[in-house]
Design a protein around this ligand. Structure first.
Ligand SMILES: [Zn+2]
Ligand SMILES: [Zn+2]
Ligand SMILES: [Zn+2]
Ligand SMILES: [Zn+2]
Length: 353
């Protein structure tokens, strides 16, 4: 991630909605692909503050009315106003905003979703809705468990547990994952090095890309790297994992304990780790920490080496502050082979510039 600047010269970050120095609104401009100052125009519209861009913008509905987005769309004559931005248009379901706390948690999910899609755009990976002609069509459901006592006898017995996961392009995230206390409890329970909202998005989008790029396309190549995803079945593997736990010494061959469950989860965990690495290297590049390693073009072994070197530094930084390690994994040769597969898959799928 890079940082941006307001027309007043103040630094602006990807998540910002407002400049603390000059009081102007900030928002993502799709015209120049940057976080820009929003200079007020008539009828609630704005002009992009980037003088080389200057397009007419309107705030996304989820920015203007729900305060969970900070993106804009370009206003053109043939478009009706008050619509969603390029990222919010993927939402199919949002949580019940009459439930206290849901709006705040939804906002955290949206922030993580924007980071995810930013990285996918950076890698020029394809994704889209049905009308974009991309299959599977990507959609998001952000939902909470419903456990309230029923008000009326005829509505009794309907309790829905929401499972975070992916099915045919739909990514469902339980809003509880945005509850810091609940998530940390789960992290400790499952002995995970990290459990983050962005991590969930990166894991689930990996299943999306397995379906788009591997299924019926290159399953044999994938099997050669991750093992046979058809045998044992997913259900059998899942049952065994929750009964027996991860295989011993999993750290040599897998990026996480969960990856040992089934080749699909190994693929997803490895793909998510690849996105972690790309994101960290991209940030390091734009923050002047390491300008030489471009995660879009560097060879995978170089990326792995620089990620490990940055890990040594930033793990110690984090430990200085009592935080968990930034880079908890050590990538042995079997893991590098899997990352190389993901790297090749991603770069082959990238849209031309
Ligand atoms: Zn400013
Ligand atoms: Zn612009
Ligand atoms: Zn939006
Ligand atoms: Zn999964």
């Amino acid at each position: 991630m890079r940082s941006y600047s307001c027309v007043c010269g103040n630094i602006a970050f990807f998540e910002n909605t407002h400049c603390l120095a000059c009081d102007e609104d900030l928002g993502w401009c799709p015209g120049c692909s940057r976080l820009s100052t929003l200079l007020p125009e008539q009828d609630g519209m704005f002009r992009c503050g980037n003088k080389h861009c200057n397009v007419l913008l309107a705030k996304c509905h989820n920015y203007a009315h729900e305060a969970v987005c900070n993106r804009c769309y370009i206003v053109s004559a043939d478009e009706s106003p008050a619509r969603f931005c390029d990222y919010c248009r993927f939402n199919d379901t949002i949580p019940d905003l009459t439930v206290p706390g849901n709006r705040e948690m939804w906002g955290r999910l949206e922030a993580a979703k924007r980071r995810l899609l930013y990285t996918l755009d950076l890698l020029r990976l394809p994704y889209g809705r049905l009308e974009d002609g991309i299959e599977p069509a990507l959609t998001f459901d952000f939902k909470a468990d419903t456990t309230q006592k029923p008000k009326w006898w005829w509505s009794m017995g309907k309790e829905e547990r929401v499972y975070t996961g992916h099915a045919h392009g739909k990514i469902t995230i339980n809003v509880r994952e945005a509850d810091t206390v609940e998530r940390e409890k789960a992290r400790v329970l499952f002995q995970e090095a990290h459990r983050t909202v962005i991590g969930h998005f990166r894991h689930e989008i990996a299943h999306y890309y397995w379906q788009m790029l591997v299924q019926d396309v290159s399953e044999q190549e994938c099997k050669a790297v991750f093992g046979d995803h058809e045998n044992p079945s997913y259900a059998d593997a899942q049952q065994k994992y929750y009964k027996d736990g991860p295989t011993a010494q999993w750290q040599k061959n897998y990026v996480s304990a969960y990856a040992t469950m089934h080749p699909w989860e190994d693929f997803a965990e490895t793909f998510a780790t690849y996105l972690d690495m790309v994101s960290v290297l991209d940030t390091a590049r734009h923050m002047g920490v390491d300008e030489n390693c471009d995660p879009l073009t560097a060879a995978l072994p170089m990326m792995v080496r620089r990620y490990a070197e940055l890990g040594v530094v930033f793990n110690e930084m984090n430990r200085s502050m009592g935080l968990t390690d930034l880079v908890p994994e050590i990538f042995g040769p079997p893991i590098v082979t899997k990352l190389q597969y993901v790297n090749d898959l991603v770069r082959t799928a990238a849209r031309p510039e």
